[in-house]
Design a protein around this ligand. Sequence first.
Ligand SMILES: [Fe+2]
Length: 210
Amino acid sequence: MKNEVLPVKPYRPKEFALSGLTGISDRTLEMHFKLYEGYVNETNRLTDRIAEILRDGKVDHEEMPAYSELTRRMGFEYNGMVLHELYFGNLKRGAPGKPDAASSAFRRATEASFASFDLWKTDFASIGGMRGVGWAICFQNPANGRLSNHWVSLHEIGNVAGFRPILVMDVWEHAFLLDYKPAERSRYIEAFFANLDWRAAEQRLSHVEA
Ligand SMILES: [Fe+2]
């Protein structure tokens, strides 16, 4: 008997009104948006191909190698899509540079978890400077509100299950290679902070009493 497979609504690339950033060129952003769209398309394509295999209600022995490979790629493509959305979403033109010392909930959360905002920033920026291809991500543990910074290799290795990504920095070389040399990653990281939309990060915090 054939299973009825409900049509899955494809993901659509989001639009980001980002340009005129400090130290991250429009050329880089335009190239990066295209790359992001590739992750959205691949996520849809993987979903379709897996649905196709499932259409007859089973995964045949001979389908297993292809099914396994497609399934293993889900984490790469999904995280490639979602992390780029979070990254673009925490940048803005004319950003203030630092979160407001008096009113920023994000700043307070860093102070509760790292002793000081500056120490949190040192940790986050240093993770961004690690060798390799991936992301620096500040996560919040929704169970106790605590922030911790993590290195994520590629897009999917090192994400913490159930933690909320609060602040996301792409440190794949494509994020800065049109503007800086490979050895100048620290300049890109400075530019990232100069354009950081602290309020966007703040809105991702879940408000738990630690
Ligand atoms: Fe990227």
